[in-house]
Structure formats: structure tokens, C-alpha cells
Design a protein around this ligand. Structure first.
Ligand SMILES: Nc1ncnc2c1ncn2[C@@H]1O[C@H](COP(=O)(O)OP(=O)(O)OP(=O)(O)O)[C@@H](O)[C@H]1O
Ligand SMILES: [Mg+2]
Length: 347
């Protein structure tokens, strides 16, 4: 599908090749007061981001994942300039976000799935008009981007609806459009599919894929949904307790963690457990059998083999959930280097 997004080349600004987002030993330490008894508070430090270094090239689409409290949102807030790092060096498009937040704002778009940037009481279109003025977007470009987003995100019938009346999925699409009206070169998405139904998720993913492919927008995506990563990101970074634990392809993540996918097979009748190594039957219920196999392998040869040898009625493949994959990966890293766990986190 040709959605007609502008090419990155005419996005304006200085042409910066290579690393577009750069983090060099970036840290964020929060001072928190912890209640330790009646009227007693203890000052404590939480090391939310602990010496993280990575670079992202222009046009990359990268997943940024990890357990709750890992430091993902804190990283994104530093990348937008909302939070100032406690240490290290951070650049986005050559700009230090916390020093030049306003200048950077012209070049980045942000979507926080948990929170809207839209005006709650105003019709959707009024929020867009306000952004048109706030970001001083040239009229023609504003119109073009708005029309494109309205078409691809199917917002047409929603423009006159106050944001508070939108469903979560509608609001999220509204927020994504809002983040793109000024043609940002980078889009940070912090859980953009949280709470969405399957159809809305698919729509959002398709839109993001097109945006990246046609417009060359760099995307950093935080999510708890493994399918977001699978369908969108060739590269994934895993953080845990503020530390970067893995940076590479998703398949590699499966390998490190030995994670498994499940093939659910419906046979014509009840039969003894299917034999198809390396898959192994983990559950049988009447004519239905569940087979676990390494997530890094393709399901195709396994399916072909079972279809040839067994009276197959139906089948489906279930992905491991992201928490399980991450937990397994962190566990196997810990086995390999036990000191990793003990030397990090809070002081
Ligand atoms: N403003 C703040 N003040 C104090 N501590 C904070 C603050 N913001 C975040 N933290 C702490 O920093 C750590 C990382 O939080 P962060 O929100 O970045 O995690 P996350 O990876 O986005 O988690 P989730 O998956 O739950 O969204 C947590 O321990 C959190 O409690
Ligand atoms: Mg978060």
C-alpha cells in the first residue's frame, strides 16, 4: 500500500547519517523517600537506568522491552527531554534533549499509551488544530499529514468527538496521529497497543510498518506484547533493573532463553502422543495435542510432517508471551554470570 508519507530526505533539518539516537553510559537515579516506620522516612536512591549505552541508526525500528519497573519509560522520558539524566551522554539528532527540549520537540513524536497528549474535553480535530499552531506546522504539510493519518488510522468519523468519549483504541489512534502531524523523524512509542483489541492492534501495527517503510521514520517501541516486536522490529533491546541485557535480533533472544512456541494440533480422533522431534507433546486432551518446539525454529517443517503422518483437522501456533521469553533469557544470563544480579539496582 502506498500511503504517501513524505520521504525522510525532504523532512528538513541537518542530514545526519549513522547514529541518530546515541546513549553513552546514561544513568538516571531517583531520590525517593521510603517509609520505614510510623513518621519515619528513609532517603533512598533508585537507579532506574544504570549505565546504558546503545545507538540507533536513522530509519531503524527497535523494540525496547523488559519487565515492569525495568527503566523503559524513564529512558524514553530522557530521550524526549522530560527527564534529565543523572550521568552519561545522550544525543538525539545531535541534540541534547534536556538542554534543548523545545528544539528537539520539532523533530520527535511521542506516544505514551498510558496517557493522552490530547485535550480531554475537546473534539479530536481541535487538539490537532492546537498542535498545528503550537508546532508552527506549515499549512500544506499539516493538511497533508492530517489527511493521511485520518485515512490510514480511520479517524474520519471521530474528528468531532470529544476525546473523553473515544474508546481506548480510538484514542490511541488519535494520539498516534497527533504525534505525527509535524513530520517527526523519530517516533517514541511507550506501549502503543496496551489494552487494544486484536483488530485495533493489527491496524496500529500496519500503520507503523508503513510509516517506517515509506517515510523512513526511526521508531523506538516499548511494549509488553511480543507480537508487536515480532511484526515490527528486526532489532530488540532488553533491559532489566536499568541495565541493557540483550541487543540483537528477536530470534537471538529466543535462542538465549531457549524459549518455546506451542503447536496446537486437532486430530480426527484421539491418538497416542505425536512423535515429531524436536517438538514434544506437553499435553493431550482427547483429539487435541499441544507440542512445544524451539521458538527460534520455523513451524513449517513440523506442520508439514504432522500433516503427512497424522489425520489432521486443524492447527494453530501459539507464541510464548514476552514476559516468559524475557524471564527465561534473564535466567539463563544469570546462570552464565551470577554476579550480574548482585551488583546492580538500588543502593
Ligand atoms: N519520578 C520517579 N520518582 C521515583 N522513582 C521513579 C520515578 N519514575 C520511575 N521511577 C522508578 O524507576 C524504575 C523504572 O521505572 P520505569 O517507569 O522506567 O519502568 P518501566 O520499564 O517503564 O516499567 P513498566 O513496564 O511498568 O512501564 C522503577 O523502579 C520506578 O519505580
Ligand atoms: Mg513504562
Amino acid at each position: 500500500m502506498n500511503s504517501g508519507f513524505r520521504g525522510a530526505a525532504d523532512a528538513g533539518g541537518d542530514a545526519m547519517e549513522g547514529a541518530f539516537i546515541e546513549l553513552d553510559r546514561v544513568e538516571k537515579v531517583f531520590d525517593v523517600l521510603k517509609r520505614t516506620g510510623f513518621l519515619r522516612r528513609e532517603r533512598r536512591q533508585v537507579r532506574a537506568v544504570d549505565s546504558i549505552s546503545f545507538t540507533v541508526a536513522r530509519g531503524e525500528m527497535v523494540g525496547y522491552i523488559g519487565p515492569n519497573g525495568a527503566g523503559k519509560s524513564t529512558t524514553i522520558k530522557m530521550l524526549t527531554g522530560i527527564l534529565t539524566p543523572s550521568g552519561g551522554r545522550l544525543r538525539v539528532a545531535g541534540i541534547d534533549p534536556s538542554r534543548e527540549r523545545t528544539r528537539l520537540a520539532q523533530r520527535i513524536g511521542v506516544v505514551f499509551g498510558q496517557r493522552t497528549t490530547l485535550w480531554w474535553d475537546l473534539p479530536l480535530i481541535d487538539s490537532y488544530r492546537l498542535m498545528h499552531r503550537m508546532y508552527r506546522i506549515p499549512d500544506a504539510r499539516y493538511r497533508e499529514n492530517l489527511d493521511r493519518c485520518v485515512e490510514l488510522l480511520e479517524l474520519g468519523s471521530l474528528l468531532d468527538v470529544p476525546v473523553r468519549q473515544l474508546s481506548l483504541g480510538q484514542r490511541m489512534r488519535g494520539d498516534i496521529a497527533a504525534a505525527l502531524l509535524h513530520d517527526p523523524e523519530v517516533l517514541y512509542l511507550d506501549e502503543p497497543t496496551i489494552g487494544l483489541d486484536v483488530i485495533s492492534k493489527a491496524r496500529v501495527r500496519e500503520f507503523l510498518r508503513d510509516l517506517n517503510a515509506e517515510r523512513g521514520t526511526t521508531v523506538l517501541l516499548t511494549t509488553h506484547d511480543l507480537q508487536d516486536i515480532e511484526q515490527l522490529c528486526s532489532r530488540v533491546m532488553v533491559i532489566d533493573h536499568g541495565r541493557l541485557m540483550y541487543d540483537g535480533p528477536l530470534a537471538g533472544l529466543h535462542e538465549v532463553g531457549d524459549s518455546e512456541r506451542t503447536l496446537v494440533v486437532d486430530l480426527e480422533r484421539e491418538l497416542p502422543p505425536i512423535e515429531a522431534p524436536p517438538a514434544r507433546v506437553v499435553k493431550v486432551e482427547g483429539p487435541r495435542q499441544w507440542l512445544a518446539f524451539p521458538a527460534s525454529r520455523s513451524a513449517a517443517p513440523l506442520v508439514a510432517r504432522i500433516a503427512a503422518e497424522y489425520p489432521l483437522v486443524d492447527l494453530s501456533v501459539r507464541e510464548p508471551d514476552i514476559e516468559a521469553v524475557i524471564a527465561k533469557m534473564l535466567h539463563s544470563l544469570e546462570d552464565a554470570a551470577p554476579q550480574l544480579r548482585s551488583e546492580r539496582t538500588v543502593s
